[in-house]
Design a protein around this ligand. Structure first.
Ligand SMILES: Nc1ncnc2c1ncn2[C@@H]1O[C@H](COP(=O)(O)OP(=O)(O)OP(=O)(O)O)[C@@H](O)[C@H]1O
Ligand SMILES: [Mg+2]
Length: 419
């Protein structure tokens, strides 16, 4: 008998013992023991309380666990083990806080992305709190952009890539899930048709369609952002979160500026709008203003160094050429995306391929209907007149202000650097 043969039964017995230990610990082949998993991770509070499994719910493609939260622990404490849990179970894991429990959803990993994920697939309950917006699915998980950590986004892609469907699913999500008391949307639609579905929603504060009007809107937002920083300085805080904690009875609203097709902002010979937009994205984060822009043509003068340095969510659908992909993503690849709605999401250096949620205009209209301004529902035509008058009045006001423009360009904003 060779040495190898002598050792074989010993090695086999050892492997069997390890398998048995794993089986006992996690009950593999039977049911995953999630309580034991968190016990081994030592997830507990100072009085040694571990999370307890309250309920298990079987899903079509996985399982949902409702776990109790020991006092003093929070969703964040659970999320530290999200990756370990995904690897241990070989499933996709999402965690959220729901009705006093931590809801952990474990779904089987997909081999390949579907060509269509209807918007109705979004289960808002699985998305953690904050202004977090679902975009679609990657092979591993639901992909979201989290504006509190990565405030600004651009959506790039050649015609038919899926930009408008993406922005419509984003706006529908915001309209349905956020109230006008917490969030205001400012829409600049330089293609006119795309975003008009949303113009009468309660949380939509402005809807502009010409370069001139969008320029005015950006300038107003820049003014307001600067004003917010002055207010922060005067009350000794540095960001909207701290301000809202301090003045919970007069909270500032978060704001999202969306501009469809920013290339049009270059039409203005002096590129005033583009300059102001760049200034806005470089200073607005702490003031609670987030920017989402789209463009068909990722030219280097649109997505230049300043824009790229300040925009961390890059959502890129099919591009005409590898050169365009390099401009949008800093690498080739987007030119090979060949399914409408298939995109690459790059956040910082992390990159993932995803399939965006699909939504049709009829579905958008049905979902946003409860969130329209009441006067729209009752007196549609009357409101339009009032709205047009408001825009006109603003234009006249602007004409006068334009003369003061050179003055405001040299306005001292050095206090911003101290923040
Ligand atoms: N997420 C998606 N899932 C499935 N199909 C999609 C998706 N997004 C877009 N499509 C398909 O591609 C078509 C074009 O999409 P979309 O209008 O969003 O393109 P776009 O990038 O806005 O193009 P353009 O630059 O011409 O405005 C849609 O009408 C739809 O048929
Ligand atoms: Mg479009």
């Amino acid at each position: 008998m060779s040495n190898n043969n002598i050792l074989e039964p010993v090695v086999n017995a050892f492997v069997d013992v390890i398998a048995l230990v794993c089986k006992v610990i996690f009950k593999t082949g039977d049911k995953f023991d999630i309580e034991e998993f968190f016990r081994i991770c030592k997830l507990k509070n100072s009085i040694e309380e571990h999370p307890v499994l309250y309920k298990t719910i079987q899903l079509e493609d996985g399982v949902k666990y409702l776990m109790t939260i020991p006092q003093s622990l929070s969703l964040k404490d659970f999320q530290k083990y999200q990756d370990a849990l995904a690897q241990q179970t070989n499933t996709n894991i999402t965690m959220s806080f729901e009705n006093g429990f931590i809801e952990i959803v474990s779904t089987t990993a997909k081999d390949e992305l579907k060509k269509l994920y209807p918007y109705e697939n979004i289960r808002a309950g699985h998305i953690s709190k904050g202004i977090n917006i679902p975009l679609g699915y990657s092979l591993n998980q639901l992909e979201t952009i989290k504006l509190f950590s990565n405030p600004h986004s651009y959506i790039v892609g050649s015609t038919g890539g899926g930009k408008s469907i993406c922005i419509k699913s984003i706006l529908t999500y915001l309209v349905v899930n956020f109230s006008e008391d917490e969030l205001s949307l400012y829409l600049g639609d330089l293609k006119y048709v795309e975003l008009s579905l949303f113009k009468h929603c309660k949380i939509v504060k402005e809807f502009r369609t010409s370069v001139e009007d969008v320029t005015d809107m950006i300038r107003d937002l820049l003014d307001e952002t600067e004003e917010r920083y002055r207010t922060f300085e005067s009350v000794g805080v540095t960001c909207i979160q701290d301000y809202n904690r301090k003045f919970s009875n007069k909270k500032m609203k978060y704001q999202i500026l969306v501009v469809e097709e920013i290339v049009n902002l270059l039409q203005d010979g002096k590129k005033r709008a583009m300059k102001m937009l760049k200034r806005l994205i470089s200073i607005s984060r702490s003031a609670g203003l987030f920017v989402i822009v789209t463009t068909q043509r990722p030219s280097a003068d649109v997505l230049d160094v300043i824009v790229k340095a300040n925009i961390s969510n890059r959502i890129v659908f099919h591009t005409e050429s590898s050169k365009d992909s390099v401009i949008a993503l800093d690498e080739e690849g987007a030119e090979n995306l060949d399914i409408p709605g298939r995109g690459i999401l790059k956040i910082g250096s992390k990159k993932v391929v995803f399939q965006g949620f699909y939504i049709e205009d009829e579905e958008v209209k049905r979902l946003i209907k409860p969130y329209l301004k009441t006067e729209i529902k009752a007196h549609h035509s009357h409101y339009n007149k009032a709205y047009d008058k408001k825009v006109n009045d603003k234009k006249i006001e602007r004409k006068t202000e334009d003369n003061k423009e050179s003055a405001r360009n040299v306005k001292d904003l050095s206090f911003l650097d101290k923040l």
